[in-house]
Each structure stands twice: as structure tokens, then as C-alpha cells.
Design a protein around this ligand. Structure first.
Ligand code: ADP
Ligand code: MG
Length: 259
């Protein structure tokens, strides 16, 4: 939870631009995230939050600017120099340092919980089964679902599935976790159990970028809140300050609509 300064940022986004056809979705996003920092990204629907997360994780290419994750360049203006051209292997390697959790849990439906967790370590990291299983079971323990190891996703509640999805991402021992509205698809009574797991993760020192409308979580857990609108960072600052005392009119209007 505590940001460390004077070290290389975990995420360094420098004037990131992204267009879909004539739709300019990101218009120059600058954002640094320090190791151990928890940043909540908030803003109206369509403001480019998901697109920005996807750029961090190579799920989108960028049309302008530069993006570094954990010291490695992952996104750059494709029209620019070939200097930063990366091989597919480089992309796979740095993507495996970043875990991502989506609104729709995206578990493999035909696999048990345990199989979901050991799939990537076995395939991508060629881990021995016993080692992958041991780590998976310890992570299931952490999210309170060890007894569901042999269940299938359809046998779990939404909140349980999302906790499995978080454990699955952690199985790759990521340096950075991205969450894209992880509780938006959940029934209200299931939101708390997922936020609790995320709070524990934040307290363990994980670097996290979280897109969320859960302002209580943002205020209590995030170090920093970043408000995006229309493809720009409009306002950012310490979580409590931005949420309780926003300066920009658009931030005020947005917070009034979600609080
Ligand atoms: P947010 O997550 O803040 O709601 P998004 O990043 O999902 O916003 O979307 C920002 C804009 O980009 C929207 O106008 C959306 O329609 C557009 N967009 C997102 N993904 C694509 C895509 N794959 N193709 C075309 N347009 C897209
Ligand atoms: Mg989104």
C-alpha cells in the first residue's frame, strides 16, 4: 500500500494515444504507478479506462506515446522507430508479469477450479504439476476457496468465481495486477467478499491498477485516484482528497453520480 519513490515505476505511461478508426479514445495519457502502489481509475463509461488497461497488458497496440511495464517497453507508436520492435516471445514474457481480472470472470468452464489455476503455470512456465498444484492450493486457501478445488465454475457463485479468477491470475506470480470493474457483474451481496480479497492483496504489497465504481474501496484502499474523462486524465491525487474534495467540475459531477 505504501508507494516507494526513487525507484523505477512499475507502469510508466508517457503520452499514450489510442484511436479506433476516427474515434480518439486515449488522447495522451501520462501515468506512473510505483511498485506497491494501488491506483484506482475512475470515470464515466466510454472514457477509455478499459482501453488504457488493455494497453498496459498488450491487449491493444498504442498509436502514440510510450508505455513501460516493469522497466520493459511494451507499447510505442508503431509509426515510430523500429528500435523498440519486440518479438512475440518478449510480449508473452512481459504479459506473464501482469495479471488481469475482468468484469466477466472468464474462467475456463470445462475445467475444475484447480485445473483453471494450474493451466497457465503448466503451459506457459512448463512447471511441474506438483509445484503448480501446491501454489494453486495455497492461493485458493488465501481467497477462502480451498474446498472448491474440484468444483466447476458453474457450481460457484459469481463472487466465488471472481475470487478464483484472482487466484488464477496470482498463480503466475505477477508483478502487477490489473482489475477492470471486477465487482460490476456481481449481485450486491457478493461484492464485499471480492473487495476483501483485493484489499488483502493490496495490503500484501501488490502493485494494483483498479478500474472501479466502488468509491468506498477507492477511498479506503487506494493510494491514488485518477479520474479520466474523454480520453484525458482530468484530475488525480491522494484517494481521500480526490473523493472527498474534488477540484475539477467534471470530477465533482461524476462523483455526485456514483456516491
Ligand atoms: P471505459 O472502459 O472507460 O468505459 P472503453 O475503453 O471501453 O471505456 O471505451 C472507450 C471508447 O473506445 C468507447 O467509445 C468504445 O466504444 C471504444 N472502443 C473500445 N474498444 C473498441 C474496439 N475494440 N473497437 C472499436 N471501438 C472500441
Ligand atoms: Mg470499461
Amino acid at each position: 500500500m505504501t508507494a516507494t519513490h526513487n525507484v523505477e515505476p512499475m507502469v510508466k505511461a508517457d503520452a499514450i494515444c489510442k484511436n479506433f478508426g476516427s474515434n480518439q479514445v486515449l488522447k495522451g495519457i501520462d501515468l506512473h504507478v510505483q511498485p506497491g502502489e494501488v491506483v484506482c481509475l475512475i470515470g464515466p463509461s466510454g472514457s477509455g479506462k478499459s482501453t488504457f488497461l488493455r494497453c498496459i497488458n498488450h491487449l491493444e497496440t498504442v498509436d502514440g506515446g510510450r508505455m513501460w511495464v516493469n522497466g520493459k517497453i511494451v507499447g510505442y507508436d508503431l509509426k515510430g522507430s523500429k528500435l523498440y520492435e519486440q518479438s512475440h516471445n518478449d510480449v508473452c514474457r512481459s504479459r506473464s508479469e501482469v495479471g488481469m481480472v475482468f468484469q466477466q470472470f472468464n474462467l475456463f468452464p470445462h475445467m475444475t477450479v484447480l485445473e483453471n489455476l494450474i493451466e497457465a503455470p503448466r503451459l506457459v512456465r512448463k512447471e511441474k504439476k506438483a509445484k503448480a498444484v501446491a501454489r494453486a492450493m495455497s492461493l485458493l486457501e488465501k481467497v477462502g476457496l480451498a474446498e472448491k478445488a474440484q468444483s466447476y465454475p458453474r457450481q460457484l457463485s459469481g463472487g466465488q468465481q471472481q475470487r478464483v479468477a484472482i487466484a488464477r491470475a496470482l498463480c503466475m506470480e505477477p508483478q502487477l495486477m490489473l482489475f477492470d470493474e471486477p465487482t460490476s457483474a456481481l449481485d450486491p451481496e457478493l461484492v464485499g467478499e471480492v473487495l476483501k480479497v483485493m484489499k488483502d492483496l493490496a495490503n500484501s504489497g501488490m502493485t494494483m491498477v483498479v478500474v472501479t465504481h466502488e468509491m468506498n474501496f477507492a477511498r479506503d484502499v487506494a493510494d491514488r485516484v485518477v479520474f479520466m474523462a474523454d480520453g484525458y486524465v482530468v484530475e488525480q491525487g491522494p484517494a481521500r482528497e480526490v473523493i472527498t474534495n474534488p477540484q475539477n467540475e467534471r470530477t465533482k459531477a461524476f462523483l455526485a453520480s456514483v456516491l
